[in-house]
Design a protein around this ligand. Sequence first.
Ligand code: CP
Length: 346
Amino acid sequence: MKLRHLLSTDDLDPDAIERLFAVARAAEPVARRRKVCRALEGAVLGNLFFEASTRTRMSFAAAFCRLGGAVCDTTGFTFSSMAKGESIHDTSRVISGYVDVLVVRHPERGAVAQFAQATHVPVINGGDGPGEHPSQALLDLYTLGNEFSRLGRRIDGAHVALIGDLKYGRTVHSLVKLLSLYRGLRFTLIAPPGLEMPAGLCELAARRGHHIDTRSSLRQPLHDLDLAYATRIQRERFTGEQTAGYTPEFRVDKAFLDTCCGPQTVLMHPLPRDSAPDANDLGTDLDSDPRTAIFRQSDSGVAVRMALFATLLGVERQLQRPLADATWRRPRRLGPSDAPFYTLDD
Ligand code: CP
């Protein structure tokens, strides 16, 4: 499979994913600031974000810069000529005259595919409304592979709980598709009433031989859980849904970890989490628990997105050659809550 754009996880098969992850592993010393790579020197990324973002926008930009490229970006509609009525087609075609690859986030499902139809430069979907977020699913899978490998586990046969807004959470839509490429998974889908996983995605996983259990409460016991993946309630996408069922019991916190998860359960969340005191999202009391992989997950975004750029632009082999050492001073560890086993020297 030759990757031309990345619009959906449907663009990926197991071989393509393994090749991308091999490139991401080769990119790690650059992503971790030990080595320097200039493979994309002279290339320009168009980073177009018509919706709010911290991780996706910044890590795509950082990945491109760490490959030696430069970044042009625009955020929101206000400072784009779309505010004057310009079409997606014209915007995409015009910007293609300036840059070598586009990353686009847009509030409407399918809009990023429209950008791709108007250009011959590669386009990466940075999130299209409630549709998909394929690069997030790739970095989630890459992180999970790293965590499971450390624990001596395999993704085949794993018990995975997806928790939260499974209707509008595009990260879980993409992740279910990627995990369904493996064998014999048990999915427990836990969502407040009205925010369940779309039926088509449940059917896809079932067709591929996975077991699906659906629940509307986090109170029922969960046995032998290998991955708990929580996601934020996407209120900004609601079209009249009620949040009455989104009660404090949906809060994924240390008590949840201690009662529902085993010592080797991996806990992930794509972030951002809602940290308001009355939010029922991921608590902060579990940040320093070694099972919590949320910052290892966000850190993986740089290596995985470097792999995407290198592959789409045909320079992946340059990451496998000897690279120059980075010379600037860097911390040994990135944040105070990082588990002790996770350092920049790993
Ligand atoms: N996970 C994620 O997509 O985060 P941002 O919205 O900050 O990009």
